[in-house]
Design a protein around this ligand. Sequence first.
Ligand code: MTE
Ligand code: LUZ
Ligand code: MOS
Length: 750
Amino acid sequence: MKNIDSYAHARGESVYVCDMPLINGTLHASVLGSPLAKGNIKSIDTSEALKIPGVIAVFTAKDIPGENQIGSIIQDEPLLAEHEVDYVGMPIAVVVAESEPIAKKAKKLIKLEIEKLTPITDPRVAKKENSLIVPSRTFKLGDIETAWNQCSFVYEGRAEMGGQEHLYLETQSAYAVPAEGGTFKIYSSTQANWYVQKGVSKVLGLPLHKIEVDVVRIGGGFGGKEDQGTPWASMAALAAYKLNRPIRLILRREDDMKMTGKRHPYQFDYKIGLDKNKKIIAYQCECFQDAGASADVSPAVMERTLFHGCGSYFVPNVKITTHCCRTNFPPHTAFRGFGAPQAMFLFESALNRAANELGVHPTEIQKINLLKEGNEFPYGQKALKCNAEKAWQQADESFNLKKQIVEVTKFNKENNDYKKGISVYPLCFGISFTKTSLNQGRSLVHIYTDGSVSVSTGVIEMGQGVNTKIVEAAAKTLGINVSRINITSTNTTRVANASPTAASSGADLNGKATINACNEIKEKLIEIASTILKCDKSKIEIRDESVWNENTKTDLAWKELIMAAYEARVPISAHGHYSTPKIHFDKSSEHGSPFAYHVYGTAITTVKLDCIRGIYDVESVHIIHDLGSTFNYDIDKGQIEGGLAQGIGLMSIEELTFNPDGSLLSNSLSNYKVPDIYAIPKECKVEPLRSGPDNLALLGSKAVGEPPLMYGIGTYFAVQMAIKAYRPSYELSFSAPATYQKVLRALYNR
Ligand code: MTE
Ligand code: LUZ
Ligand code: MOS
């Protein structure tokens, strides 16, 4: 089935917040951010701004009728700065005007008096000064202290990984419309309409039922709209509340880049120990997460770093410690992979270091340390239906790893100015929100009397194709054509308390809820059919838009069946609920079984390095990916290739740079580079892993949203191998991304 959005997308007809027709009287808002990374606010003078013709009002913290608080996990984030500013771009005032350009012009006239303080811009410094957002956490397995004695080789070192700009095509956007009886309807570009509803409710001091949040789709989120759609919707709602006029607030790209949080940069210390057979016996690390100025989802991201500390490997003695460090950057937030890519980059760094010291290709160590069936993760869950070795073997067979390594070696012997590097990256990613209570989904299914079906779920379409998958699940369950089904917007009045569309679990949770709703209706329909046909209901099926009895098609068609059910006054609507069974986690012991299942895979990456200029191409990436049993391979392949491209960007050219004062230097697309058609692999082959369906996945098809991003990690280590081939005395360095500047320096030891 084609993606249901592709036709309208290609024609530019899909509707985003900025495409919505404006209601008469709509005003436009622009937000003034802090010019300083840390300081005490002495005064805010809005008088000059208010003199500009067309300016209606300027709102600051003192105008908030409810609580000036939007923190989701921890209540540490004001909507608008009141006494102090904590990062450059922190919202201080909302200017409302007849047009956005007027509001933008006026905000420059607001006079701020801020006493400048020294910001913290390094997570290690934050840790030293005890500037932590939540207490540090440690996951343990085995006995790390005695394990070092069993090791023949022990290596210690440092590593670091930079953040990443989400660069969703649609910037943060909201349109708040006051309605009858002091209620508000909010259109928001968010991955979490329930979070927006809660934020607005708190800021306005109104109960949740007075706030309706509606999302048709969003123009990409990548995690950047899990928590961070909320402030902009809340500011629009604040202005709508004060002025009783519809308010549109759409961030310009430069403001979006400056004011919103990104993927968390991390600093790391590692220590790895191997026995004489290159078995990894012990692994210890300390991770300094740069959380930014407030919690946002950082504690949850930090938790996923802990869960993925050993990647796709089994290590019997482990100690992983993470610190959630408060710095003076915008609050860093969810980003595809959610703390896991950082953990996995670190483990691969330690492993590559060991391989380099021992003079072997990293694959020799990787292969013998992969997770095996029944191995215990450092949080108590066992690797069941473990596909780590299976994925590696299939990659080896399908893509002839040995031959590829031989060819790279041969190329390097024959060439001086160009060198190649090859790496293998094994993936293991846990599916489920690590916060167990979020693992629930709901769906409202209506069948209308003409036989057409409307489905509304808690999931948000952001380009990942989840709505198409849900249509397919509903059609399969009801036994009808997909053309009969329409998906409506995601709306808090149709599905309440919806978890964010995140953790790659949107399709599983909401698709399964849709199947539950469809089955509830179907049961009633089969009863009606058995009365009409006077036959045993256990023999009845609905398929191909007809009722079948004992495997024979009857004359009772879908439309007639629906009319009969309506006439009989039985419900042909249902609200389905699904919650992932069995998962649990106990934070006090840091043990449990938090994931429904794990997704595995293997990527082989080859890069070609121009050793004169320090630039490189990703020549090929060959992927075996674990989809369980896919039912829409086109969509899944799109997610694999898109995730890979974003992962390559993270590891190669996407570099966030800041001034020492904490302001963002890479604040536009001319100085922040994302992968384009030239940066993606010249050759990308994807093959599904030969595995079976997983019962906890939608129709057996495993979650695919985030895991493939991590295949990009292979790029970094392939580049390291290529540098090493040019300069054999090179000592590997672990500082992602591998920008061309860093690579050039490494080639010439400068
Ligand atoms: N794909 C597109 N096109 N756009 C996006 O914003 N977000 C990713 C992934 N794929 C994203 C995407 C992230 S971060 C997640 S968590 C999943 O999609 C969310 O959708 P799912 O739960 O339906 O997989
Ligand atoms: N969001 C969240 C996530 O709240 N919890 C998670 O475990 C998670 N994982 C990935 C992406 N977003
Ligand atoms: Mo994705 S980081 O879970 O929104």
